[in-house]
Write a protein that binds this ligand. Structure first.
Ligand code: 6PG
Length: 466
């Protein structure tokens, strides 16, 4: 019996996706460039529906036509070299899917190159880590719709399911699926930083203990802030280091790594001209975290205010921080979805924002209760430009903005850097300013460079001798 799909790349993500497919009844062929991971797969994942191949030609020949090959290899040049090695073995109409965190511009290129050669390329954003890959990730596929329809039965079956709907839908042409995944990761960075800022405020300014904060986060996770990241953060805070008996969080070095998708999201925001301040601050905070030695010196050299709040109503502040976090989260999604909207127009992708929010509800790292409301907002008003103006979110912002101000001000007063809270508030105030300061900018540009300006009282472009 032929195999219905092949998985190329048997790192943890590839192996888990293959087993997920096999568990759902697909006959899966698996292959890896180096034999060690094929052996490991055979030892760890013996499955009646999965067959491992040590030779590429046998792997390819075992697949039903049109062949469906899912690549789960390191993003970047490796994807190109794998495609190159597959090409001579494939026939017209075969389908290559790339499930790595590939740059969407690479996916655009691969889509067009393979189309010219009569093959289909489907870029698939995959979110959910190892656990998601095994039990149901969120999948963000793009490419030719007809090609997608041929792999849809498999992808939709292995994806997470929420309310009877698969967290996988066709998103658009070219590399739009990897684009959606990229911005998903940007939102992930911001969400993580926002939760971190709430944690720091509670710990370092209110002086709460780690277990107390874990309990607060677990409680918040039952309400408006319900999300996977809130849940795991509460869990992280309860963990004790076996060696030192200290809270695990206190023995982990405060330097953060990154693979680059958050940075790409910010770079793209600059390219297409949208404000993405919250994600960008979160990327910058990861950079800043890495100069630990310098920060340790600066801590001794540079002055600031007394760090702890004076006698204060703890419960009142906890609620203010919760409201600020809600606002930060909404602002992050507002900016991220605005980026989707603008990208969709500029790249002519026709992204459906309500659908994107739906497929984020399960399997992925940013899954959260709020996504139902985001989806509703874009479904009810297809022209909605910014989530801030949807009735549901507007009401929350109008209520929570006062709390955000108090928390941001208190952070400043006590010398606690809260860049993402701050960026959320600055964006909110900038966005709700019917009158910005750009008239002065225009005057300055015209003054030194004759760049012209528009007037408030008549149409046209004007220049004066200043
Ligand atoms: C996901 C994640 C994942 C990401 C890692 C780490 O959706 O499953 O976004 O794709 O690569 O979580 O990303 P950084 O190393 O950039 O923090």
């Amino acid at each position: 019996m032929m195999n219905s799909i092949g998985v190329f790349g048997l790192g943890v993500m590839g192996a888990n996706l293959a087993i997920n497919m096999a568990n759902k009844g697909e006959k899966v062929a698996v292959y890896n460039y180096t034999p060690d991971l094929i052996e490991t797969f055979q030892e760890k994942h013996l499955h009646e529906n999965a067959t491992a191949y040590y030779e590429l030609t046998r792997f390819i020949d075992s697949l039903e036509k049109p062949r469906k090959i899912f690549l789960m290899v390191t993003a970047g040049a490796v994807v190109d070299s794998v495609i190159e090695s597959l090409f001579p073995l494939l026939d017209q109409g075969d389908i290559i899917m790339d499930g790595g965190n590939s740059n969407f511009q690479d996916s655009n290129r691969r889509y067009n190159d393979l189309k010219e050669k009569g093959l289909h390329f489907i870029g698939v954003g995959v979110s959910g880590g190892e656990e998601g890959a095994l039990n149901g990730p969120s999948l963000m596929p793009s490419g030719d719709k007809e090609a997608y329809q041929q792999v849809a039965p498999i992808l939709e079956k292995i994806a997470a399911q929420v309310d009877g709907k698969a967290c996988c839908s066709y998103l658009g042409k070219e590399g739009s699926g990897h684009y959606v995944k990229m911005v998903h990761n940007g939102i992930e960075y911001a969400d993580m930083q926002l939760i971190t800022e709430a944690y720091q405020f509670l710990r370092e300014r209110l002086g709460l203990g780690v277990n107390e904060i874990a309990a607060i986060f677990a409680e918040w996770n039952k309400g408006e802030l319900e999300s996977y990241l809130m849940e795991i953060t509460a869990d992280i805070l309860t963990r004790v280091d076996e060696e030192t008996n200290q809270p695990m969080i206190d023995v982990i070095l405060d330097k953060s790594g990154q693979k680059g998708t958050g940075k790409w999201t910010s770079q793209n925001a600059l390219d297409i001209g949208v404000p993405l301040t919250i994600v960008t601050e979160s990327v910058f905070m990861r950079f800043l975290s890495n100069v630990k030695e310098e920060r340790m010196i600066a801590e001794q050299e540079l002055e600031g205010p007394a760090p702890l709040l004076e006698q204060t109503d703890k419960n009142e502040w906890i609620e203010l921080v919760r409201q600020a976090l809600v606002m930060g989260k909404i602002s992050t999604y507002a900016q991220g979805f605005y980026q989707y909207k603008q990208a969709s127009e500029q790249y002519k992708w026709d992204l459906q924002l309500d659908e994107i929010a739906l497929i984020f509800r399960g399997g992925c790292i940013i899954r959260a209760g709020i996504l139902n409301e985001i989806s509703n907002a874009f479904k009810e008003d297809k022209e909605l430009s910014n989530l801030f103006l949807s009735p549901y979110f507007k009401a929350i912002l109008n209520k929570n903005q006062a709390a955000m101000r108090k928390v941001v001000i208190k952070g400043m007063e006590t010398g606690l850097a809260l860049p993402c809270f701050n960026a959320s508030l600055v964006y909110y105030d900038g966005y709700r300013s019917g009158k910005s300061g750009a008239n002065l900018i225009q005057a300055q540009r015209d003054y030194f460079g004759a760049h012209t300006f528009e007037r408030t009282d008549k149409d046209g472009h004007f220049h004066i001798q200043w």
